[in-house]
Design a protein around this ligand. Structure first.
Ligand code: NAD
Length: 314
């Protein structure tokens, strides 16, 4: 998205603490500041100096299933960090605040997930995202801060972090296949998700601030082609041309069996043109993985606060 904004001629300033991101992902032409959204003094200086028009807030630790076991970290990073940005956006009269929430706010609701349905998130990651959504509604009502909230789901593609074993199933499979490790699948692998190729959504989110009709609304954004985890693995193996590997089925996780977010609303407000077939997007991602040499050994175990009911293998 940052690259898209640079290409469109915006002055782009990226703040990232590099906890999940890497310097190689910073597009040419963007200014980079290494720091955390939890560092309020740094944020204050940045807002004073740069006089932002728009804020795009994507920083988060997005390991949804692990969030049960890193509750404090999850709320500090994903909720309080967001509130820091919202406070300063109010004070500095930002024109629009774009927030990447998640379909995690729907909890275990039956699909199709629609933006106006009751949201009861079932894990701390989803709760933090939903709390930020509510805070943005309140910031609009009380201070007039405009925002656009996107709820993406299962995004994949080039530049994704593929070294974190707690999230991004496609990255996990690619990493395990390249490191010759058993492929881990929670449950029977028949759970399905609609995967979203990043370039189908990044440009919509980048351009969204130019669409005032979308201000103060919430949109699902992402793919509508459902695929089971087993089918996803078969496709990944085929595209990587791997002849032998071992599968390891683990105890089922407490997660929705099927998820499908409705894209009716976003189509009414944005030009939703590209639906890259998952196989095409996956091929591009795999080519990038080989070309960029990003696969590393797994990152060490995150500091777990509640070492109870951890999914098998973690
Ligand atoms: N990838 C998905 O499928 C998906 C789905 C729904 C929502 N989202 C949301 O979209 C956003 C981007 O997700 P992504 O998949 O690109 O994840 P990502 O980990 O690749 O990107 C998040 C970035 O935030 C940075 N970050 C984390 N904590 C920070 C902090 N305290 N201060 C500054 N930077 C910090 C990380 O270093 C990383 O570069 C996140 O908010 C995520 O919750 C992602």
């Amino acid at each position: 998205m940052a690259e898209d904004l640079v290409n469109k001629g915006y002055t782009v300033i990226i703040l990232d603490d590099l906890s999940g991101g890497v310097l190689e992902n910073i597009p040419k032409g963007a200014k980079f500041i290494e720091g955390s959204v939890n560092d309020y003094e740094l944020l204050k200086k940045l807002f004073d100096k740069e006089k932002f028009d728009y804020v795009y807030h994507l920083a988060a630790y997005a390991a949804e299933s692990l969030s049960h076991n890193i509750r404090r970290f999850n709320y500090e990073n994903n909720l309080i960090g967001s509130v820091n940005l919202i406070n300063l956006s109010i004070i500095h009269k930002i024109k629009c605040f774009v927030f990447t929430s998640s379909v995690a706010v729907y909890g275990h609701k039956k699909p199709p997930l629609k933006e106006n349905s009751v949201t009861i998130p079932t894990d701390p990651y989803g709760i933090a995202k939903y709390a930020v959504e509510l805070d943005l509604h309140s910031a609009y009502r009380n201070f007039g801060l405009n925002s656009i909230i996107f709820r993406p789901h299962n995004v994949f593609g080039e530049r994704q972090n593929i070294n974190d074993k707690y999230r991004n199933v496609i990255g996990i499979f690619i990493n395990q296949l390249l490191n010759g490790k058993p492929i881990t699948i929670f449950g029977d692998g028949e759970q399905s998700r609609a995967f979203t190729y990043i370039k189908d959504i990044s440009s919509i989110m980048a351009d969204s601030v130019l669409n005032p009709k979308a201000y103060n609304k919430v949109f699902n954004i992402g793919g509508t082609e459902n695929l089971t985890v087993n089918a996803l693995l078969d496709m990944t193996v085929e595209l990587m041309n791997i002849s032998s590997y071992e599968k390891k089925y683990l105890k089922v996780r407490n997660e929705a069996k099927h998820n499908l977010a409705s894209d009716e609303l976003i189509k009414r407000y944005f030009n939703v043109e590209n639906h890259t077939p998952i196989k095409v997007g996956l091929q591009k991602m795999i080519e990038w993985v080989y070309a960029s040499n990003r696969v590393k050994k797994e990152l060490p175990l995150k500091d777990v606060e509640v070492p109870i009911n951890l999914p098998e293998g973690w």
